[in-house]
Ligand binder design. Structure first.
Ligand code: C5P
Length: 399
């Protein structure tokens, strides 16, 4: 969630400043770019060297560097952040920010920042309870800022009560949840099929195809990154998922894929069926390995169920159903026929004539045709980027 996010961490003077080192470490571990701003008092509790080493960036202390005289551009820094966290936030800093005072770099960056801002207060219990502090907290919330509430426990004064800064792990968890809430597909459920299916001939052999599953996996990852809870039903593939929250169901045959898809479809707002399902399967599956005694060998084939068409029949209002068409000739005409026949919201067409696209490749070249026959042609690009184009179309339809 925090990968590649630009985080400004403000550190104020408090015994909890020591925990800022853990916050920086956890943010960096999550893939965030971190720039730390410290107040003068914070430097009495933890050194800028510690935080610059952990954040892999120089720590900002003043409007200008006293050695070089170089100007620290607070506006630029404020605009750089995707998110600003002040942890620990002292009573003094909360009071200053609530009243728009601007006498240090941190307060100037706060006033310049346009991103969401989070405060993790840390102070003694009576300071926290004081009406002045509580009024400042209400004012800051009124400005659209968010408070990460302090916990109950032993305080530096030896007293026990509320005022302990939230633990670094809890702060990270809080930020992750906040970012998730802002994702456009938060609360939506998605179903994706990927890969080939294997239709058994005997215990050793099968009928299959060259699908790698890369396109379906990329779509599942992108839907999850946009906040959807994703179920990925995949045929045999060696691919691994990066997103920990995608529920993966491994199947082998078309029948198994259909069963899993039907179980999940009813609860799903978005379904993207990209699997290259085998169209036929052997009528009989031999229980034992078939011997190569005769010079000719005939297998009787019967049709597999069409998963996409089955879901198209079940589709209710509010469900988006997307299919793929891999064609070699009359591409658009065939794709439009499938779009109509299978009751889809849009179809993703890729042609085997496009060099470097489709099966096994890391790239794909697609055309999206929707139910109003509006057509969008895309350039050859990595499947991860193609997945973004497909999900953008889903977002457009939802909007
Ligand atoms: O009809 P055709 O196989 O070309 O349609 C391709 C689309 O239908 C793909 O989205 C594929 O995942 C889906 N499909 C399916 N079950 C089948 C055959 C295709 O879900 N048996």
């Amino acid at each position: 969630m925090l990968t590649n996010k630009n985080i400004i961490l403000g550190v104020c003077g408090s015994i909890a400043s020591c925990k800022s080192a853990s916050i920086v470490r956890l943010l960096v571990k999550s893939g965030a770019n971190v720039r730390v701003i410290m107040t003068k008092d914070a430097c009495n509790f933890i050194t800028p060297l510690t935080l610059s080493t952990l954040s892999k960036n120089p720590v900002h202390l003043n409007y200008f560097d006293p050695e070089t005289g170089a100007w620290n551009n607070h506006v630029e820094l404020g605009l750089w952040g995707d998110l600003m966290v002040i942890a620990p936030a002292s009573a003094n800093t909360l009071a200053k920010f609530a009243n728009g005072l601007c006498d240090n770099l941190l307060s100037a960056v706060y006033l310049s920042a346009k991103c969401p801002i989070y405060f993790a207060p840390a102070m003694d219990l009576d300071m926290w309870k004081h009406p002045a502090t509580q009024k400042n907290i209400s004012t800051l919330i009124g400005f659209g800022n968010t408070i990460i509430h302090p916990g109950y426990g032993e305080l530096a004064s030896g007293l026990i009560g509320e005022g302990r800064m939230a633990e670094p792990e809890a702060i990270l968890e809080f930020l992750n949840e906040e970012l998730k809430k802002k994702l456009p597909l938060k609360g939506k459920r998605a179903l994706v099929t990927a890969g080939p299916t294997y239709e058994a001939i005997d215990p050793v052999r099968f009928i299959g195809n060259h699908s790698s599953g890369k396109m379906g996996f990329a779509i599942a990852e992108e839907l999850a990154a946009l906040g959807a809870s994703v179920v990925l039903i995949t045929g045999p593939t060696s691919l691994k998922l990066n997103h920990a929250e995608i529920k993966r169901i491994d199947v082998s045959s078309a029948e198994e894929m259909l069963e899993a898809a039907l179980k999940n479809f009813i609860k799903t707002e978005i379904s993207v069926l990209s699997a290259a399902v085998a169209d036929y399967r052997p009528k009989q599956i031999s229980q034992n390995k078939i011997k190569k005694d005769s010079s000719e060998f005939v297998i009787e084939l019967i049709k597999t169920p069409d998963i996409l068409a089955t879901l198209g029949k079940e589709k209710q209002a509010g469900q988006i159903l997307v299919g793929f068409a891999l064609e070699t000739d009359n591409e658009e005409e065939n794709a439009i026929n499938k779009l109509k026949k299978k009751n889809l919201d849009f179809i993703v067409l890729n042609s085997l004539k496009d060099v470097g696209a489709a099966f096994q490749n890391d790239n794909n070249k697609i055309t999206i045709i929707d139910s109003e026959l509006k057509k969008e042609v895309f350039k050859l690009k990595p499947k991860t980027e193609v997945a973004k184009d497909i999900c953008k179309k889903v977002l457009d339809l939802l909007a």
